[in-house]
Structures are given as structure tokens and as C-alpha cells.
Design a protein around this ligand. Sequence first.
Ligand SMILES: CCCCCCCCCCCCC[C@@H](O)CC(=O)SCCNC(=O)CCNC(=O)[C@H](O)C(C)(C)COP(=O)(O)OP(=O)(O)OC[C@H]1O[C@@H](n2cnc3c(N)ncnc32)[C@H](O)[C@@H]1OP(=O)(O)O
Length: 364
Amino acid sequence: MSNTQTLTPHVYWAQRHGDVQLRVDLCDAENLDISLQENTLHFKAQGHGAKGDNEYQFTLEFLEPVLPKVVLHKSTQRQVNIKVLKKEEVWWSRLTRQEKKPLFLAPDFDRWQDESDAEKELHEKEEKRINKISVESRIRKDPYLGLKKGYLFMYNLVQFLGFSWIFVNMTVRLFILGQDSFYDTFHTTADMMYFCQMMAVIEIINPLLGLVKTGFFPAMLQVTGRNVILFVILGSLEQMQSKSVVFFVFYLWSTIEIFRYPFYMLACIDTEWKLLTWVRYTIWIPLYPMGVVAEAVAVIQAMPIFDETRLYSLPLPKALGQSLSFSYTLQVYLIIMFLGLFVNFRHLYKQRKRRFRSRKRKAI
Ligand SMILES: CCCCCCCCCCCCC[C@@H](O)CC(=O)SCCNC(=O)CCNC(=O)[C@H](O)C(C)(C)COP(=O)(O)OP(=O)(O)OC[C@H]1O[C@@H](n2cnc3c(N)ncnc32)[C@H](O)[C@@H]1OP(=O)(O)O
């Protein structure tokens, strides 16, 4: 003989603007009979509740109208979740029509929100929806987006491979030859550096074509600055090519690039590795000033050679002397170089702040 008796389960409730959520504290519920009649919810089920295995039931007449016949429910091993949709998106002051709260009913503090919390959530949902629409419409507006990303991905990949080759080559030679490797860095890696730095001119063109969000000016300073060192100072003076400063310049350049280009590659496929992002936006802090100092040393070492060889010297009228040595131009260049360092340092600092600020916001 069955000794089951009809009992009331514990019911926990919470609301959002559009719905009411009930959590019925009943394990392994079976034979669920849940219905909505004239704004009243009827619940009946067999399960394990506060009074053991029994049939449990309850009815709730809601304070405001709900959508008839729409009762969403899901039974798990531990509970039965019920969702009822409100007819109008209004905040209810309580759940039931009767003022006195039924004894079996309690707020569901895990899901509880007050009106302002729910409004905030609603606001955020709306904002997300609008953002999604605007991103989608932007994507739809640009039929060449895939092509542009493909092109940028390939460009970054080629640069990454080029600079990785230089970096690995120099590192291996440093381990094998020690300091001796400093002096023939140029002869072993210059061809690849020429290739990469000539390609880098594309980085000045990309922002002009609107392909990347980079500022034109910082990119121009970076590429022009390096190419002056590579082609004018090192490339045209054989005496400079066997100096140890070449090692430091090339090593500093390639160290940043083996992180910067993979970071851009991932951006092209809408992926982000947090550690890589952190490294890309952090290691320039020591590397950039060191790079500029190394470049300045190269310029200073080249000055007497230009004086001696008169290469690129400016012909002057006879009354003023024979010619103006290129080293004077380099003195002016040294000043521009430190101004350029300041401009790009500020730019990268801003980029870093923007990057980490927006990531923090996303994490909240
Ligand atoms: C007549 C003129 C005379 C000129 C004389 C000039 C003298 C000036 C001398 C200046 C000194 C230079 C010294 C230098 O050579 C020494 C060294 O390099 S030492 C080594 C250390 N160096 C560095 O750390 C600098 C590395 N360089 C850079 O970071 C960039 O080149 C720079 C332009 C400085 C800054 O980069 P950028 O503005 O692009 O910032 P972001 O990386 O944050 O990018 C912004 C957004 O654009 C997207 N982007 C950019 N490029 C690409 C790409 N190729 N592919 C895909 N996407 C790209 C990027 O993802 C960002 O998008 P989002 O914000 O959505 O993430």
C-alpha cells in the first residue's frame, strides 16, 4: 500500500522585467503536471522533497497578468525550474495576488535582482544588441574585408618569418661564436634585413589606405628612422658594416618584431593570446630607448667616416668652402631621432593604456 501524502515543496522565486522564474526544490521529479489557468500556476509532481518521496503540489495566483499557456520548465536531478512570461514588461512589487506570502515561497537569492539591477541588465543587453547590429552592418558594408584581412595576414606572416630568421641566426651565432659574432652580423643577415625593411614601407601605406587603424605618422617615423640607419649609415659605409653596433641594432629591432607580427596575425583572424598581447604592449618600454641609443651610436660612429670620405657631402659655392660634410645633416638627424623617439614612445604608451583599459572593461 502506498503511503504517499500531498505536500507543498519549497519554491524560490525571482523576476526580470519580462519574466518570473521559479525554482521548485524537488529532486528527481517525475510525472510533472504544470499548467497555467486564468493567471494561476498549478504544479503537481512526484519527487524527493523536504518530506522524502511524495507527491508535491502548489498553486500560485500571480499579481499581474502572465502570458497564458506559456510555461517553460526544466527538471534536473536537484530541482524543477519554471519560467513564466509576463504579459507586460513591468516590475512586480510581489509575486502573488494575495498580499500574505505563502509559507512555502521564498526569494531565490542566487537569481535575485532588484528593479535597478534588472534595468541595468536590460540596458546592457540592449547595448550589446545595438553593438552587434552595428558590427554586423559594418561587416556587411565592407565586401572586401576578407581580402584585406588575408592580405594583412600574409604580410605579417612574411615579416614574422623574416625577422625570426634574423633573430634565430643571430642567437645561434652568438652562442657558438660569442662576441666574435658581433662583427659579421651585417654580412650574415643584412640581405634579409634589407628585404624586411623594404617591405615595411607597406606599413606606411596601409594606414593611408585605411587598412589598419595605425596612425600614419608613428609608422612613417618608425620605418623611415630604421631605413636611414640601414641603407644610409650601414648600407653605404663598408667601414660601419663590421662594427659591433650592428649586432645591437639588428637584435633590438628583431626582438620586438617576433612578437609584434604574430600579434597582428592573430588580430587578422580575430584571435587574441593574452600573454602575447601583454608582451607586444610591454617590451617596447625597455627596447625602444635601447634601440634609439644603439642607432645613435651608429650615427655618431659614422660621422668621422662621412667627414673623411666626403660621401653625400653637399657642394657649396667656392666662397664658402668646398663642400658641407654629411655629418652636419646627421647632427640634425640625431635631434630629429630623439624627437621621433618621444613621439613614438608617447604613441605606444597611449596604445598600451587603451589596450589594457578596454580589456579591463571587457573583463568586468
Ligand atoms: C623626413 C622624415 C625624417 C624622419 C626621421 C625619423 C626619425 C625617427 C626615429 C624614430 C626612432 C625609431 C627607432 C626605432 O627604429 C628603434 C626600434 O625599433 S628599437 C626596437 C623596439 N621598437 C619598438 O618597440 C617599436 C615597434 N614598432 C611599433 O610598435 C609600430 O611600428 C608603431 C607604428 C610605432 C606603433 O604601432 P601601431 O600604431 O600600429 O600600434 P598597434 O600595434 O597598437 O596597432 C594599432 C591597430 O592597428 C592594427 N594593426 C596595425 N598594423 C597591423 C598589421 N600589419 N596587420 C594587422 N593589424 C594591424 C592593430 O591590430 C591595432 O588594432 P586594434 O587596436 O584593433 O588591436
